[in-house]
Design a protein. Sequence first.
Length: 406
Amino acid sequence: MTLFWSGAGALTLLALLLVCWPWLGKRLVRGTADSQKLNIRLTRQRLEELQREVHEGLIDEQDLKSAEQELKLALAQEQGAEQPTARSFSVSVLIMGLLLALAVGGGSYWKANEIGELKHWQQANAELADLGKRVVVEADPSVTAEELQRFALALRTRLWHQPDAPEGWLLLGRLHASLNRLDSAIEAYDKSIRLDPDKDSARMSLAQALVMTATEDNLQRALAILRSLTEKDKNNHSAIGLLAIAATQLGQNNLALDSWRQLQQQLPKDDPMYASVAQRIEALGGEDADITRLQLEISVAPELISRLPETGYLIVFARDPDKGNMPAAVKKQPLQDMPLTLMLTDADAMLTDYRLSDLNQAQLIARISEDADVSVRAGELEGEASITIEAGTNMQQRIVINREIK
């Protein structure tokens, strides 16, 4: 929108310039005419003075003729020099107007037809089959984020022509989720489910995206979906684990404990997930054992205290700096007086196989937001620190919120 108004303002100024330019040209031509009249009047005065000088005997007739010829020649030269100037100005105005018209017209055509986006769209459509094979069939790990974006663009175009394709919307949602476009992913999953309400894989993908947003409304919605999935299939390990994670983020620790215990009972003890689930239960206080605890002291730099919102949220999370933005542990709570202390454990994980104790080096981030949305926004306050994680131990770290996100 800012780009539109800036462009509109620039075009308005150009239009005013083109409208006013002829008037400016007239003033110049008028100035040229006035100058010519003045030269003629001065020449006549000088001729009259010469006539008086002849009568007074100061000069003779021969000198008079010579002086008259010089004055007339000078006048003719001045008038000849000024006329081309006026014509040159008119030609310049015409050329400038044509160039401006071409520039404005060309720019408007380029913008109106989105030439750059059109080429990008054509490239994406041409690569749809190849990218689909690499992403869906081969699960090629070398696929880049840019290629995923082109694949998503081409798939969205295909779905615009064939909107009644639940599998297509499901795939588009997973592409958006992999690109961390959670709102777009949720929208695509919803369309897939409307077309095929009984498809459990789409409902599970939707629940995962809702939990990843970490907002209370989305967590409550995910909880309802996951309850339905676990009631339908009591051995759905993924749904049970995600239900426990959502319950933990909502502070429903009893539900989380029950879910983790239910999952633990279904797993053989040699299953790699068994130990992870046991640690989750321990972190929630279900058993006494050595667990990974990270106690954080959060404070705000003095120069930013006046910038704290009256109401807001404190969002604290730990992540592997080499694995993108997905947090291994996250805690969110209403903003309180600073400084304060809180604890991160494996129970605060968002995924069953990506926990605080799984990290070697953790990047710790504390952010103050006016709402519960974990996505980064300009104007939010943030601080960070790093720590080496020692699984099964109690650790401490201090984070100072000392900068504003631009």
